[in-house]
Design a binder for this molecule. Sequence first.
Ligand SMILES: C[S@@+](CC[C@H](N)C(=O)[O-])C[C@H]1O[C@@H](n2cnc3c(N)ncnc32)[C@H](O)[C@@H]1O
Length: 291
Amino acid sequence: MDLGKPADLPYADGMTEDDPSDFYTGLAAEVWRAAHDDADTEAQADFAEEGLGLAPGARVLDVPCGPGRIALALARRGYRVTGVDRNAQFLAELTRAAQGQPHPVQALAVDMTDLPPDIGPFDAALCLGNSLPYLPPDGQAALAAGLARVTADGGRLLLHSELVAECLLPNLEERPWRQVGDIRMLVDNDYDADNGRLVSIYTFQRGTVEERRQLTAWVHTAGDLLRRFATAGFVVEASYGHWDGRPFGYADPMLLAVLVHRPPRRTPRRRPAVAGGAARRAPLGGRGRNR
Ligand SMILES: C[S@@+](CC[C@H](N)C(=O)[O-])C[C@H]1O[C@@H](n2cnc3c(N)ncnc32)[C@H](O)[C@@H]1O
C-alpha cells in the first residue's frame, strides 16, 4: 500500500501543550499501547528481571509506569510493584488492570522528579519506555536523587534512553512516519543543537481524524546521564545497546544501563578526646572477656 509522503499530508490547526504527560491522550495514547505487543513487553520484563537480579517477591518501582505494561508483567511474575506517573488516564487503566490479580500493583499519581521518600524502600527500580529524555538535566538529577532515597543499598536500577546523543544523532530521521494498526504517525524532528533538545511535532491520523502534538525531549550523552546518577550514588554495573544484550556502543539504537545503589559511606566521626588524658580504648582481646 502506498501511504504517500509525509510532506503531502495536511496538518490540523492547533496543538496541545508541550507536556509529556498531556501528550499521551487520544491517538497518541493508543499508539503507545499498540506500539508494544505482549511478546515485546515480556522480553523487556525478562531483561529487567535478569538485569536487576530480582529475588522472589522483590519490591520494584516502575517510574514512570504509563499504562503499566511492564509493572503488570512483573507483578504477574510475583514481584511487588509500585508504578508512578502523572498521567491520570494511564494510572486509572493500570489500577483497573491490576484488580483481581494475585499480585496487585500500586499506582500512584506522582511527578518523577519529586518521588516521596515514604513510597519506598524498593529492592529495585526501572525507568523504561524512553522516558528519561522528557526531563531536562536538573530534572534527571532530581529523579536520580529521589531514586537514591527510595532504593535500598545494593538495589539495582535499570535505565533506558533512545535520546542518548550517541544513539540519536547518527540515526536521526528528519521526517519519519510509522503505521501503527490503523493509525498513521508522522513526526517532524527539529534538533535544537544550541540547547541539546529534540523538538518534534507529531501528527496522528486515523481516517479523517487528525491530532497534532509537540514534544520536547532532552538529548544527553551516555556519560552525562550516568554521571548524574553517579552523583546520587548509583554505580554503573553494565550498559547495553539493545534488548538483545549487545554491549553499548556508538550508533546503537538505545542505551540500557544497569546501576547499583552504593551510597557513599559516612566517615565515622572522631570521638572527642577525654579531657585531661587519652581517649579510652576497649581492652585488647574483646569486650567483656573476663566477665
Ligand atoms: C512513553 S510512556 C512510558 C511508560 C512506561 N515506562 C512504559 O515503558 O510503557 C512515558 C510516560 O512518562 C510519563 N511522564 C512524563 N513526564 C513525567 C513526570 N515528570 N512525572 C511522572 N510521569 C511522567 C507520561 O505520563 C507517560 O505515561
